[in-house]
Write a protein that binds this ligand. Structure first.
Ligand SMILES: [Zn+2]
Length: 418
């Protein structure tokens, strides 16, 4: 995590390119473990709610109203924010349709990504526009994988993304399990997010999501579960024995009132752990540094006697986060042999004074903001530098997002001022 390490990781032979990072921190690009790029356009449109009501009355109707161009605008807006905030890898859940549009924007942006098509073949309150037949859902996901898995010089990989227990039939979970095994694709889903969801899951399948996944052999080293707020100790151990990963989404869990995920317990169980902000409709800022600060506070409140250290917290968004996504061989740390995913974080603003270098980990977890990022590089390519985006037109992304959001709200009939 020093400048020497970063230089070692840079591609050789680009003489003449340099960046003066003196007085700043140079660190591995941030790994964002759970995201819905399709929801960036929904920012501010789904407030004061709890998970199940939020999904049924706002998020699903909005997702059903998406067009290819509104999904692309949503992804572009989200990526402009994330890249400027030091994120070099994202794990995106997607929505049911227009996943190719997300893939094209990911490719254009230059970011590293795992992404998928959300799978939904049942569920109370799911609009017909999002419901698919089991076979069509899986076929659609596999078509996305054929086009994008390993694309963009290996920067993109495709996941299978069954949304959660309540939106997927038992047959679809079996299909996903088998396809993941046969093709080596990651499974990205949500579990144990809120108490009300847990009660509905219990009524639907007679147990918890984690136990259902274990009983159906869905768990493996390719399983990534978001939230996990209400996991019991034995369930965390069940996931850990299978080699599964969990992604902490503290900002989303707080805004939707879902609860406080116990990352110390996850780590003690031996789980691989990452962190993410979730979508902009339940957060609303896609600022990974903010999530780190929240994770630290929640960790200390839950376990005052053995809080997560700033170093452990930062690892959630770097080396541990990369490991949680199965990408530890290429990103998450600055070392020879990995891709050059590097960021520069300035510490000269008043909110870092007087001594940011006294404890760099504490500075990054407790004081740093997305706006402190000066440079974001993925695989040796600069995507953002000193307020300028190299691959995206941020000004146009904002204008397009405004126009697309107006159309989206009209189509969704939400009764929100457009
Ligand atoms: Zn989510």
């Amino acid at each position: 995590m020093d400048a020497a390490g970063a230089l070692e990781a840079l591609p050789r032979g680009r003489a003449g390119e340099s960046y003066d990072a003196s007085g700043a921190f140079v660190l591995p690009g941030l790994v964002h473990g759970h995201l819905h790029l399709c929801q960036t356009l929904f920012r501010g449109l789904a407030e004061q709610s709890d998970l199940m009501r939020w999904l049924r009355t706002s998020i699903w109707p909005l997702e059903a109203a998406h067009t290819e161009s509104s999904v692309a605008a949503s992804a572009r807006l989200g990526l402009a924010e994330l890249i400027a905030g030091g994120v070099t890898t994202v794990n995106d859940m997607g929505t049911v349709h227009h996943t190719e549009a997300v893939g094209a924007v990911l490719e254009e942006s230059g970011v590293r990504a795992v992404f998928g098509k959300a799978l939904m073949d049942q569920g109370e309150g799911v609009p017909t526009g999002l419901l698919e037949q089991r076979r069509a859902a899986l076929d659609g996901a596999l078509a996305v994988a054929r086009r994008f898995h390993g694309a963009a010089d290996g920067r993109l990989s495709v996941s299978l993304a069954p949304r959660f227990i309540l939106s997927c039939s038992e047959g679809l979970w079996r299909d996903v399990r088998d396809a993941s095994r046969e093709r080596g694709l990651v499974i990205h889903t949500h579990l144990a997010e809120s108490p009300a969801e847990g009660r509905e899951v219990e009524a639907a399948v007679g147990g918890t999501a984690a136990r259902y996944f274990a009983a159906h052999d869905v768990l493996s080293g390719r399983f990534i579960g978001a939230h996990g707020v209400w996991l019991e100790r034995e369930e965390a151990e069940l996931l850990a024995r299978a080699g599964a990963s969990l992604v902490h989404c503290p900002g989303s869990n707080l805004k939707l009132g879902s609860g406080f995920a116990d990352v110390r317990r996850w780590k003690e169980a031996g789980l691989r752990c990452g962190i993410g902000s979730d979508g902009a409709a339940c957060n609303n800022r896609l600022d990974t540094f903010h999530e780190l600060s929240l994770a630290s506070g929640i960790g200390r409140a839950l376990h005052p006697e053995r809080p997560l250290s700033p170093r452990e917290i930062l690892a959630l968004a770097t080396c541990d986060g990369a490991d949680a996504l199965g990408l530890a061989d290429r990103t998450g740390s600055l070392e020879a042999g990995k891709q050059a995913d590097v960021i520069v974080v300035a510490t000269n603003a008043p909110h870092h004074a007087p001594q940011p270098e006294h404890d760099p980990y504490a500075t990054l977890v407790h004081a740093a903001r997305a706006t402190d990022v000066r440079l974001t590089m993925v695989a040796g390519r600069v995507l953002y530098r000193d307020g300028a985006w190299m691959t995206l037109d941020a000004e146009r992304a904002v204008a397009d997002a405004r126009a697309e959001a107006r159309g989206l709200v009209r189509r969704a009939h939400l009764g929100v001022a457009a």
